[in-house]
Write a protein that binds this ligand. Structure first.
Ligand code: FVH
Length: 289
């Protein structure tokens, strides 16, 4: 976590996450102004030392840095549209798409504001601890100017100048999370047919996930180089193993949708002549709409 400064900070939006963000700033000793559409949500923070602003305009004027954490980008525009933004720095931690982030950055910059977009990879109770990973994208100079303040919220990571990056990393993280969880549930369903309970299978699943995670840097280099020599296994070998998985699921009366989906992708790649290459050659399937 970075050292804090005495620079005042404003938080717009005091839902579950916004209250945690404002609370972390207060805990770090920063002068914190807050605003929320439903004003009563500021009461507890006010008792802890926050300054509730009567209007969005007053909140924006309270300091050079405003953190926004609302339901969605539509709410962001509803809150900010009628206000003067010239000279302020906005850090928008509201979840949204990369296109919304880029569009909102252009909109804010046209109105004289500096703009960083962000994604919170944590739940409210983790905010204010190093465990709370918060991703930022936008001009590096703007991030560095406020890094000590942003450090009060958790581990602040700047991804690059493209404002869409934080949103893209956010959804890429979700893709990893759901893929791993779905794969684990597939195996759990299979093993339950042999009366192996989920708790017994979990350590094995964890071991496999760790081994596979170790392959990522080497596979990533193949993707970046666009060259996929089969160093440990060819795609057509993997596809035969996928066929076993599908057969086993069907024989056991277990849902086979997911294995069939990734086997179909492998089959397409093999049909396109990539059977002798290594698994990451499937990136060509993933980059096709
Ligand atoms: N909570 C979490 O764990 C996740 C972690 C990952 C990222 N998210 C994102 O954070 C944004 C806010 O989430 P939240 O959990 O704080 O959400 P709520 O508790 O539902 O609070 C929503 C706040 O937004 C205000 N609001 C909504 N629409 C408007 C509007 N049109 N004008 C003004 N304010 C609006 C709402 O105000 P109120 O209902 O209290 O008056 C709340 O302050 C979100 O993008 C998550 O995806 C959190």
């Amino acid at each position: 976590m970075s050292d804090n400064t005495d620079i005042p900070v404003t938080v717009l939006g005091l839902g579950l996450m916004g209250r945690a963000l404002a609370g972390a700033f207060l805990k770090a000793g920063l002068p914190t102004t807050v605003w929320n559409r439903t004003a009563s949500k500021a009461d507890r923070l006010a008792a802890e030392g926050a300054r509730p602003a009567p209007t969005v305009g007053d909140a924006l004027k309270a300091g050079p840095l405003t953190i926004i954490c609302l339901t969605d980008y539509q709410a962001v525009h509803e809150v900010l549209d009628a206000n003067e933004l010239d000279g302020t720095t906005l850090v928008n931690l509201t979840s949204g798409s990369s296109a919304q982030a880029r569009e909102t950055a252009r909109w804010a910059e046209q109105r004289g504001a500096r703009y960083l977009d962000g994604a919170i990879m944590a739940v409210p109770p983790a905010i204010g601890t190093a465990e709370a990973l918060i991703l930022y994208s936008g001009p590096r100079a703007d991030f560095e100017a406020h890094e000590p303040t942003l450090g009060a919220l958790g581990t602040a990571t700047h991804l690059g100048a493209d404002h869409g990056l934080a949103s893209l990393y956010d959804v890429a993280g979700l893709a990893m999370m759901w893929s791993v969880l779905n794969a684990w549930l597939q195996g759990t369903a299979l093993l339950r047919t042999a009366r192996v309970d989920a708790v017994t299978y979990a350590p094995f699943a964890q071991q496999i996930a760790t081994v596979v995670a170790g392959w990522l840097p080497g596979y990533a280099a193949q993707v970046d180089q666009g060259s996929f020599p089969a160093e440990v296994s060819a795609l057509e070998t993997d596809a035969r193993a996928m066929a076993h998985l599908v057969e086993e699921c069907e024989a056991a009366g277990v849902n086979a949708e997911l294995p069939k989906l990734f086997k179909a992708m492998a089959d397409r790649s093999i049909a396109a002549g990539h059977g002798h290459e290594q698994y990451p050659v499937l990136i060509k399937e993933f980059t096709t709409p």
